[in-house]
Design a protein around this ligand. Structure first.
Ligand SMILES: NC(=O)c1ccc[n+]([C@@H]2O[C@H](COP(=O)([O-])OP(=O)(O)OC[C@H]3O[C@@H](n4cnc5c(N)ncnc54)[C@H](OP(=O)(O)O)[C@@H]3O)[C@@H](O)[C@H]2O)c1
Length: 318
């Protein structure tokens, strides 16, 4: 499978097996001298049916690390084992540990609401009481520790003394596929970013960064930006799509009000839509571009143009 390389968090090779105290699921993989033969525990992947979580599940599976996927439907594609889990239903929180008592690390994808910590804190506490030693959380470039929404979850992990890594990706390359309607129907991309540029990141690269943080012998216990290798404005993406699709695609600037209304139209709560719009507006001020070269930035390999070319059928007119 594709295993795009990013700057490895600790330089360990992906096949290296993590150290643990458990005796169940024992498996051994020869790796670098410092970790030789160790016992493998299970990683619980919340959001494991989503873009990043499923890419992480494939990476862990390919290197013989047991995985359990948490999902509201309780089902995941072969070969993965899944468990019913809903952040908004605490009666499901015990399910993963009943299904697999060997879970010792958890990948956290927060629910889309304004107070994720209210839902996540009881689960994180339960997980620690069940023997979980390490968490990897996804937030976003503009979400600082202690800041609103996911920033509070970041702060909580840092406060309780567990091993943790917070990954702060910029805008996903795959958003162009997830939100393809405007390109298909109106031949346009809309945003409030003006000429601001974004180091768009591929989910395979975020998954690789999460993989590194989960299997590293020593947990980083800090946060990292996760960015792609190139900066693109939406004007430049529209020009690339024009070439690739053979029809004119434009980037149309929206007002803040229009963008907020769009986010609400796809089901986001107003307060959340306002915050999302504000982070997008900061792109116009150069905030995302300024992350390039930051020593705390993990830089992926997936290139936006390669994704657009490989997936051009996504934007075909019906
Ligand atoms: N897109 C971007 O540009 C961007 C940028 C920075 C950060 N992020 C963040 O990156 C993270 C990962 O994004 P992604 O695109 O990989 O996710 P995604 O593809 O949208 O998948 C979301 C996952 O969350 C699960 N989920 C949703 N509500 C849930 C609930 N109430 N309880 C349990 N599970 C629930 C879904 O599982 P089921 O439906 O199977 O339950 C699904 O597996 C998100 O936190 C996102 O906000 C995104």
């Amino acid at each position: 499978m594709q295993s795009p390389s990013v700057h490895s968090i600790n330089g360990l090779s992906p096949g290296c097996v993590i150290s643990s105290l458990a005796s169940k699921n024992t498996a051994a993989t020869p790796c670098r001298d410092e970790c030789q033969f160790e016992t493998i525990m299970t990683t619980l992947i919340t959001g494991g049916t989503g873009k990043t979580g499923s890419a992480l599940a494939r990476l862990l599976h390919a290197t013989d690390h047991p995985v359990l996927i948490a999902t509201r439907r309780g089902a995941a594609p072969e070969p993965f084992k899944a468990v019913t889990f809903d952040w908004h239903n605490p009666s499901t929180f015990e399910n993963p540990f009943k299904t697999d008592p060997s879970i010792d690390r958890v990948f956290l994808v927060a629910p889309d609401d304004m107070e994720p910590l209210a839902h996540m804190k009881p689960f994180i506490d339960l997980a620690v009481s069940k023997g979980v030693k390490r968490f990897v959380l996804i937030t976003a470039t503009q979400v600082d520790k202690g800041g609103p929404i996911y920033g509070k979850v970041h702060q909580y992990l840092a406060d309780i003394g567990v091993d943790y890594t917070v990954l702060r990706p910029t805008w996903f390359i795959e958003n162009f596929g997830s939100y393809s309607q405007g390109i298909i129907e109106n031949d346009e991309i809309t945003s409030v970013t003006k000429d601001g540029r974004i180091p768009f990141i591929g989910v395979e690269d975020i998954a690789k960064a999460a993989f590194d943080a989960l299997v590293a012998e020593k947990s980083p216990n800090t946060d990292y930006y996760v960015i792609g290798p190139e900066l693109w404005s939406y004007n430049e993406v529209a020009a690339a799509l024009t070439e690739i699709l053979g029809r004119k695609i434009t980037h149309r600037s929206l007002t803040d009000e229009e963008q907020i209304a769009f986010y609400q139209s796809i089901g986001l709560p107003k307060e959340y839509a306002v915050l999302l719009n504000a982070s997008e507006a900061r792109v116009a001020e150069g905030v995302e571009e300024a992350i390039v070269g930051n020593p705390k930035a993990i830089v992926g390999k997936v290139k936006l143009r390669d994704y657009l070319e490989a997936n051009k059928d996504l934007w075909k007119k019906a």
